[in-house]
Write a protein that binds this ligand. Structure first.
Ligand code: ATP
Ligand code: MG
Length: 627
């Protein structure tokens, strides 16, 4: 079916549309009502239907694809690759579920999972889903304080953690972080299940609290644990947002709606048919990891590649080598990762046979044109930007090559996905703006299946954070956007990333785009800083490409000139700092608010999700040195 008709039906006849999509998954008992909107902005999908995410991701495939690879967990850090067929996955998940049961974990109990990208993370998630426990994966490598905050919010019965993670060849012991987090938490779980990878010989255990997974697994190997059928709207998992703008929100996902959204999107957005191979480079701790490393590909009967490591170790060809080896059909990564590769020689991408590779999807942050162009040329496959949020659980704006490939437009993730009733509105009047005019991107309720049900144990925060910005009841994405004549949406940054220069409101992202188009620039961040005369002025922090050999002073001048030429004099950056690194969240998002704070000599704020503290020192030094 063509995209327009498909999308339009999802908006005009949502119940018929979603009733048809619901057939993509197994229901133990069918929904009684497709959509309940009696209590907006809450909504319930597939009311009364019972199903189970684990059953749909694993058991259901045993008839037709038991011997097919389900999961390949590759670590370029430990140099270990583990392959699991659907049958093997079934037994691993059952053993894990049996261990959980033996620890008295049952339906509705929360389980915090603090693991790196190892196969056990997937087993643990699916095991929770199987028995109706609510998992909350916390990105391994978050500091103790982050973990403690999430533990206090989720109040888990059990914490599952690894002894260590590894990054760039260095062992990062997790266990001391776990111990510190449990000390800090006000209601810590009484049990910790440790997946011991043997990376940290110094690891200590707390007697009576810390349990070893390997031993318990052996004791439960071969046990089959019955699936617990859940009503479609019961919680399946919690996942905290990245915290780019402040305190992370505990996004609560349902069961049935999410399963249907996964089954639909893996086919129509990611173009993955059963038996094909999907390689998402995300960490399981992010929304992409949940949806497109675990639930999406497995519900879709595909093979999912899970990768622990950096894109450049052992060499910058590693991802493409894996694409060749496993015949990857769809790859999914982030602009940040591509920018890392862009600093390397493009020949690394051309060494391998990528004939099976059809698409590269990128998401999580704006995809700037130079990066998009570079990777498109280097790979020779279409690059598909997709826009979504932890809250939405799956792409809200993208192209749907599994249905019909529409032309790509650089700078735009494309068109609305099914069920997303989108508008771009004026922030003051709340009225829809004309094509080409900037406004706030909003979704009209009901949110489609797969999107958050609420904020965990905080319905008020759900209403307040997302639905209270306008007189009309609208979900605010808190992102700026423009829609063009063809209905393509361009994301212009977050509503709090705006600079007001002498009365002109400028999106930091628009300036970044221009600055980053300079051939010597690898990446740039623009923030507004206080200025006595103009209120605010834009300043630039830029990283130059390695080996570009460019003169930093000359590049800085050229960047300023480009902005003047393309956006006008008001947008001219008043200072340009050339730096070695930019501060990012662990999920790769620019921490503009911290850059801005440092530039204004304020406290950089909540740094709990900062990836590399060294980047901030570098910024401080650059500010001291001057532009
Ligand atoms: P928090 O909500 O806690 O501040 P966060 O918004 O960074 O954190 P995520 O849900 O991980 O947490 O990120 C979603 C945001 O990422 C979007 O609202 C948008 O700002 C940005 N984003 C995601 N994909 C794209 C994309 N393709 N193009 C532009 N921006 C994107
Ligand atoms: Mg957000």
């Amino acid at each position: 079916m063509r995209y327009e008709a498909f999308y339009q039906q999802s908006i005009d006849e949502p119940e018929q549309f979603w009733a048809a999509q619901a057939r993509l998954i197994h229901w133990e008992s069918p929904p009684q009502q497709i959509l309940d909107q009696s209590n907006p902005p809450f909504r319930r999908w597939f009311v009364g239907g019972t199903t189970n995410l684990c059953y749909n991701a694993v058991d259901r495939h045993l008839v037709e694809r038991a011997e097919q690879l389900a999961l390949v967990a590759i670590s370029s850090e430990t140099d270990v690759t583990r392959e699991f067929s659907y049958r093997e996955l079934y037994w691993e998940v059952n053993a894990f579920a049996a261990v959980l049961r033996s620890l008295d974990v049952g339906k509705g109990d929360r389980v915090v999972i603090y693991l790196p990208n190892v196969a056990e993370a997937v087993f643990a998630m699916l095991a929770c889903a199987r028995i109706g426990a609510i998992h909350s994966v916390v990105f391994g490598g978050f500091a103790a304080h982050n973990l403690a905050l999430r533990i206090d919010d989720a109040q888990p019965k059990l914490l599952i953690a690894a002894d260590s993670g590894m990054r760039g060849g260095k062992v990062i012991p997790y266990k001391p972080l776990v111990d510190a987090a449990l000390n800090e938490a006000s209601a810590p779980p009484s049990q910790v299940l440790i997946v011991d990878r043997g990376l940290d010989p110094q690891m200590t255990r707390v007697a009576g609290r810390d349990l070893d997974y390997a031993g318990l697994r052996r004791a439960h190997e071969g046990v089959e644990v019955p699936v617990v059928w859940l009503e479609s709207n019961e919680p399946s998992y919690l996942l905290y947002t990245s915290g780019t703008t402040g305190k992370p929100k505990g996004v609560q996902r349902d069961v049935g709606g999410y399963a249907v959204a996964m089954a639909l999107s893996i086919r129509t957005v990611f173009d993955i048919a059963p038996g094909q191979v999907m390689f998402s480079t995300s960490d399981v701790g992010w929304a992409v990891g949940h949806s497109y490393n675990v639930y999406g590909p497995l519900i879709g009967g595909a093979t999912s590649l899970l990768y622990e490591g950096t894109p450049t170790r052992p060499d910058p060809g590693i991802w493409w080598q894996l694409c060749e080896r496993y015949g990857v059909h769809t790859m999914f990564s982030s602009p940040t990762a591509i920018r890392v590769l862009k600093k390397q020689d493009a020949s690394w991408l051309k060494k391998y046979d990528l004939s099976a590779l059809k698409w590269l999807f990128l998401a999580g942050e704006p995809l700037d044109e130079p990066t998009a162009q570079w990777i498109t040329d280097a790979l020779g496959v279409p690059v598909i930007d997709n826009y979504w949020q932890t809250e939405t659980g799956w792409p809200a704006i993208t192209l749907m090559p599994g249905l019909e490939l529409k032309p790509t437009k650089f700078g735009s993730p494309g068109l609305p996905a099914p069920g997303y009733k989108m508008k771009v509105i004026d922030e003051n009047t709340g009225k829809e703006v004309a094509a080409g005019v900037k406004g706030v991107l909003v979704f009209q309720p009901p949110l489609p299946p797969g999107c958050l049900s609420t904020v965990w144990r905080d319905d008020d925060r759900y209403v307040h954070s997302y639905f209270s910005h306008f007189r009309e009841l609208l979900y605010s994405s808190l992102d700026w956007a423009i829609r063009d004549e063809d209905g393509y949406t361009f994301i212009l940054g977050r509503t709090d990333d705006v600079i007001n220069v002498a009365g002109h409101r400028l999106g930091t992202r628009e300036i970044e785009e221009v600055v980053a188009s300079h051939p010597s620039v690898a990446e740039a961040a623009v923030v507004g800083v206080r200025d006595e005369l103009k209120g605010q002025v834009p300043i630039v922090f830029a990283m130059l490409k390695q080996n570009a050999g460019a003169d930093a002073g000359a590049v800085a001048l050229a960047m300023q000139q480009r902005v003047v030429d393309q956006l006008g004099g008001v947008a001219k950056p008043s200072r340009v700092y050339v730096v070695n690194a930019l501060p990012k969240t662990r999920s790769g998002k620019l921490l503009r608010r911290s850059l801005q704070a440092l530039a204004e000599q304020r406290d950089p704020g909540d740094l709990s999700t900062l990836d590399d503290p060294v980047a901030l020192d570098d910024i401080r030094r650059a500010l001291e040195r001057g532009p």
